[in-house]
Each structure stands twice: as structure tokens, then as C-alpha cells.
Design a binder for this molecule. Structure first.
Ligand SMILES: [Zn+2]
Length: 477
């Protein structure tokens, strides 16, 4: 009798799991009748070459920046995009902040399309071609910024220039906003956001770089996916230091200050932050799982009982999966003494923390203090910003983006995700509830690895798709 009851309960449990998994269906992909967008592909390619050849490198030390290169790029724009310059109001709320206001039929619910035109430094020796030569080899353009993100900077401006040339007037006001300080978290984007606020402009839709069209990132998902960042993690630099005053290395104490730091590092790494599935991470898993194999659908449709299992899988896999569900700590910099026979007066170690949604820089500091629990170690936050707000995927703005993706990339699923890196878009959450992060181009794992790395390059076909995508999106704005 007991056996029978247990068997019935087991069957009921399995039934619940299966029914919930069956109900987790992928959203219907709307068939969009999409005519090819008409524009001069060769001009777009040549324009991007000119932009790549401007060495708009942002350095951690701003005195190394070459402002002439930034000025060169800005002065090229009227020549490359004459229609935009004729039709849009151009202003610069800051030295490396560009805004083009394209007047639509109404100023209600305006949209913002963003990109940045600065790039990270290059290690010339690691490149097989000139990083600023914009050479084209076998239909692929080489150069720093081809992927991150002069291609989307070009895409927005080229698309607007072509549509204006065709006599198109957007339904709503469009603001094309570009910063030249993204790579160093500079004032480029904040200056634009301050200007938007001062002028009472509350965009209903914002698109910046971020995710991309990717394949084979989630087990069991076969179709390409446009992963759109709807939130981004916070970021902090935290320094641990031991101000002991130093001493002679011939008479070391039992526990040296470096030994003390080593213990602290060990404790932090042995006590990872607790897993927490934020709304954005939940949306990531749900979006992917609805297209995944039945096993994954069972797992994700039943997080009420499988959540601990999911956290376990994330911990074991490490990397991106782990970073999606918890605050991560990466130790990145160390400082000791200047000589091998001198005890360091104040050795220090710095870590980069990526703060999960639901936590703040304060809660992270409190936990680090708690885990390290050594009052001889001073813990200071050198830099910190909290995770962004999570943008809603309910309503028209999200649907607009989905339609534009489907029009340019038929058969591609669109799924929200929690962005692990940080971007200029973070600043715009102060003026809009719909801030999305997608670089609208296919990006293979190899290409994603070139961002901020050596031999960055983009296929000419992607340049074409990016311009075409923005033309379709602008027609929907
Ligand atoms: Zn970027």
C-alpha cells in the first residue's frame, strides 16, 4: 500500500515537471515581409575604413590620448554623412559627446541609438596587420574598432544618411548619441544624459552595443540567437592593503603582511558570493531554455525544485554561466616592495568585482570584510558602480527591437540577457525604462575573442547587415 502511494506521488511529480516543461514554449517568431534595404554597400565599407584609420584610442592615463585623432574623426562626419549634417541638429554636450537630433513627426516617446567611437589600445606586436590600416583581405576588414564598435557607429549614421536621402521622416524624434570615452568609463555618455535630463527628454527606447547574434552558446539550442542585454552587472575596484611600515627582510615576523594578504585572497576565493538568479538572468535562462532540448526545458520550467541544481551546474561550469548567477571577484593587481631584501611598507592587492543584480557596492564591501575578517587589512573601494536597473521586455519598445531583428535576420530567436561587461548604456537607465544592448551583427566565438584583443576584424557582410538593420529599425521608430 505504501509502495503504491509512493509510486503515485512519484508519477504525479513527474507529470507536474513534464506539464510545466511543455508549457514553456518558444515565443512565436513573427514572419516579417522584409524587402532588402537599398544603400551603397561600397560607400559604407569605405566610410568605415576612414573611421578605423582615426586612432581614437582611450587610455587609462588620459595624457596618452591623442585629441587630434578624435577631432579628425569628428571633422570627417559632415563629409561622410552629408544628409545627416544637413537635416539633424548637431550638438556636443561634452568634448567627446556627440548628439544628432533627427526631428520626427512627433517629439513624444523619442528613441536613442547609441555607439562609442573610442577604442582600446593595441599591442602592435601581436597584430598580423596594421591595427589602424583598415585593410580588406578576403572580404574581411582588419582594424581596432571594427567590432567594438565603430561598425555600429557607422551603421547608425550610414542608415540615417540613406533614409534621409530617400526622403524618410521618422514617426518619432530620434537622437543619435555617441561617446568617445566608453572604454575608460569617462564623461562622454554622462554628459549626454545630463543634457537629455536638462531638456526634459525621456526616451522610450534606447539601443546600445552589447549582445550580438550568436550560435551554440547554450546547450541544446540550435538556432541563432540575438542576445539583448536588459541589465548589466555593477563593477568595483577594491584594494586590500596592510600598512605595516616595512622592515628588514632578515628579521621577518611570523606572519608577513604579504602572507596576511595571501590568506585573505584565499578566503575570498574559497567563499564565492552566494548564487542569486536575478530577473535578467532568469529571463536569459528562460528565453534560451524555451528553444532548448526537452531535458533543459524540464530543468528551467521547474526552478521551484531545481534551482539548487542549476546553481550547482553554474558553479561547476564556471566562466559565463557562473558569472550570470553571482557576484564574481577577480584579483588583478599586486604591489609589494621595491627590493627583494626589503619588507614592503604597505603591500596591496586589487580585485575587480562584478556585482550581481540585487546586491550593491555596500553589501559587497560588507561581505568582503566579513569573509576576510582581519582588522589589520584595510579594505578600500577605489571605484564602484551598482548594477543597472533591469529594462522591461513587456510592451512595444521590446517588440520593436524583436521585429527589427526578425526582419534582418529571419529565423533568429531574440532573448534577453544579463550583460556581464559594462557599457555606456548604464548611464541612460536614469532617463529611460527601455535600455537595450545589442550589437546587431553575427559574432562567432572567435570574433568575440578579438574584442579588446589582437587582429580584430569584421566580415564585409556584417557591415552590410548592420547598416541594413539600423535602416529597418529606424523605419519602425
Ligand atoms: Zn564597446
Amino acid at each position: 500500500m505504501v509502495w503504491l502511494i509512493l509510486l503515485c506521488l512519484l508519477l504525479l511529480f513527474i507529470l507536474v515537471l513534464v506539464i510545466r516543461a511543455l508549457r514553456l514554449k518558444p515565443e512565436k517568431v513573427e514572419e516579417i515581409e522584409a524587402k532588402p534595404e537599398v544603400f551603397d554597400h561600397d560607400k559604407a565599407v569605405a566610410d568605415l575604413q576612414q573611421l578605423i584609420r582615426c586612432k581614437t584610442v582611450s587610455h587609462g592615463d588620459p595624457t596618452l590620448d591623442d585629441e587630434h585623432e578624435f577631432e579628425k574623426l569628428i571633422s570627417l562626419l559632415p563629409e561622410l554623412f552629408p544628409q545627416v549634417h544637413r537635416t539633424c541638429t548637431f550638438l556636443m554636450p561634452g568634448p567627446r559627446s556627440l548628439v544628432f537630433h533627427w526631428k520626427g513627426k512627433t517629439s513624444e516617446k523619442p528613441a536613442v541609438l547609441m555607439a562609442h567611437f573610442d577604442v582600446v589600445p593595441v599591442d602592435e606586436k601581436g597584430w598580423d596587420r596594421d591595427p589602424f590600416g583598415a585593410e580588406i583581405i578576403d572580404d574581411v576588414m582588419w582594424g581596432r574598432g571594427t567590432l567594438d564598435t565603430k561598425s555600429t557607429f557607422l551603421g547608425v549614421l550610414e542608415a540615417a544618411d540613406n533614409l534621409i536621402g530617400q526622403g524618410y521622416v521618422p514617426a518619432r524624434d530620434l537622437y543619435l548619441c555617441f561617446s568617445g570615452t566608453e572604454e575608460v568609463n569617462g564623461d562622454g555618455a554622462p554628459a549626454i544624459v545630463r543634457w537629455l535630463k536638462q531638456n526634459g527628454i525621456h526616451p522610450d527606447f534606447i539601443l546600445d552595443e552589447g549582445g550580438a547574434i550568436v550560435e551554440n552558446v547554450f546547450p541544446g539550442v540550435k538556432e541563432p540567437a540575438a542576445v539583448v542585454g536588459i541589465a548589466e552587472k555593477g563593477t568595483m575596484a577594491v584594494r586590500l592593503s596592510v600598512p605595516t611600515g616595512g622592515g628588514h627582510a632578515s628579521t621577518p615576523p611570523k606572519l608577513s603582511s604579504i602572507g596576511r594578504l595571501a590568506k585573505a585572497v584565499r578566503k575570498v576565493e574559497d567563499h564565492p558570493f552566494p548564487a542569486h538568479l536575478s530577473d535578467a538572468a532568469h529571463a536569459t535562462f528562460r528565453g534560451m531554455a524555451s528553444h532548448a532540448s526537452f531535458g533543459f526545458r524540464i530543468l528551467f520550467a521547474n526552478l521551484w525544485c531545481f534551482r539548487p541544481l542549476l546553481y550547482r551546474i553554474c558553479s561547476i561550469s564556471g566562466g559565463e554561466l557562473n558569472a550570470l548567477v553571482r557576484t564574481t571577484v577577480a584579483f588583478t593587481q599586486m604591489q609589494g616592495s621595491d627590493a627583494f631584501n626589503v619588507m614592503p611598507p604597505c603591500p596591496s592587492i586589487v580585485c575587480n568585482v562584478r556585482v550581481n543584480c540585487g546586491e550593491t557596492t555596500e553589501t559587497v564591501l560588507a561581505r568582503l570584510r566579513d569573509v576576510i575578517s582581519d582588522d589589520k587589512i584595510q579594505i578600500d573601494m577605489l571605484y564602484g558602480r551598482n548594477p543597472s536597473e533591469t529594462s522591461s521586455t513587456e510592451g512595444e519598445p521590446w517588440q520593436r527591437l524583436v521585429r527589427a531583428v526578425h526582419a534582418e535576420y529571419p529565423g533568429t530567436m531574440v532573448t534577453p540577457y544579463l550583460m556581464l561587461a559594462s557599457s555606456d548604456a548604464w548611464n541612460y537607465c536614469a532617463v529611460s525604462d527601455h535600455v537595450f544592448r545589442l550589437s546587431p551583427m553575427p559574432m562567432s566565438k572567435r570574433e568575440r575573442g578579438m574584442i579588446h584583443g589582437n587582429n580584430e576584424q569584421i566580415p564585409l557582410s556584417s557591415i552590410h547587415s548592420v547598416v541594413s538593420f539600423y535602416m529597418r529599425l529606424m523605419r519602425m521608430c
